[in-house]
Design a protein around this ligand. Sequence first.
Ligand code: ADP
Ligand code: MG
Length: 267
Amino acid sequence: MAEKSETIIEVKNAKKIYRMGIERICAVDNVSFTIQRGEFCCLYGASGSGKSTLLNLMAGIEKLTSGQIKIKGKNINRMSENGLAKFRQNNLGFVFQSYNLLSSMTALENVEMPLVFKHIKPKIRRKMAKDILVKVGLGSRMKHKPTEMSGGQQQRVGIARAFVGNPEIVFADEPTGNLDSKTSKEVMDLIKELARINQLTIVMVTHDRRLAEYADKIIHIFDGKVENIEIIEKKETNSNPNEVDLRADSKEDGPVIDLLQDQPVTG
Ligand code: ADP
Ligand code: MG
C-alpha cells in the first residue's frame, strides 16, 4: 500500500521554555524526530513529561523557544499568524480530551463548523458532515446537542469534526482520557480505521501503554526529552479494507463506518 515513505513532520532540536516569574520550565528539551506520511504515531510518557506541549508545538498552537518544526516541508514557525491559521485549516484536524464541542449546537452543526471556516457551500458541507456522522455511527444522533449524548458519542462527534475536511494530519491529545475502557477501545478503533482508510497521519498523546500500542511508532517522552523511539511490529491482519469488520463497535447506531465508501470530498 504505502510505497515509499515520505516525511510529513520533521521536528529538529525543538525546545520550549516556559517562564514562571523567575523560574524557567523546560517543557520540551531539544527534541528531534520525524513522522512519515500515513503513520500512526504516539507521544507516550508520564503526566508532566511535556507531551501536550510538544503536540501543541507541532500543531502551531504554541511557539517554539528554539529549533524548527516542518510540516509538509514548510517551516511552521516562520509562518505569519494568518498563514498558520490557513495552513491549519487546510491540513490539520484536532481531537481533544474534553471534546470541545459547542454546547448550543447540534452534532451536525458542530461537524459542519470547520467547513464553514473553509467557505464550503452550505449544501455541500451539510452532506459532508452527514456522511461522516453516519460513518462514525451517529446517523441517528445528528440533531442531538452535546448534553444529549454520552461521552463516547460526543467524542465520535469530535472525531467526525476532525476528519470531515479530510485533513492530512490529525492531532489528538488524550482523546479517550475521559472515557471508560470499553468506549476508549471503540474510539481508538474508529480513529485508527478512519486514518487507515484515508491514509492520514495521526499524532496522538497518551500516558496509557495499551492505547500507545495502537500506533506504528511510539515516541517515549521523559522529562521533556525523547527517551526512545519504538517501532511496533504489525501483525498484518487486515491489508484488505473489505475484510475489516467494525460491527462490534456500532452498538446503538448501525454501521460505524462504510468501508467501501471512498474518501470524503476535499474542499
Ligand atoms: P504532559 O502533557 O506530558 O502531561 P505538559 O506538556 O502539559 O505535560 O507539561 C510539561 C511541563 O510544562 C509541566 O511541568 C507543566 O507544568 C509545564 N507547563 C505546561 N504548560 C505550561 C504553561 N502554559 N506555563 C508554564 N508551564 C507549563
Ligand atoms: Mg497533557
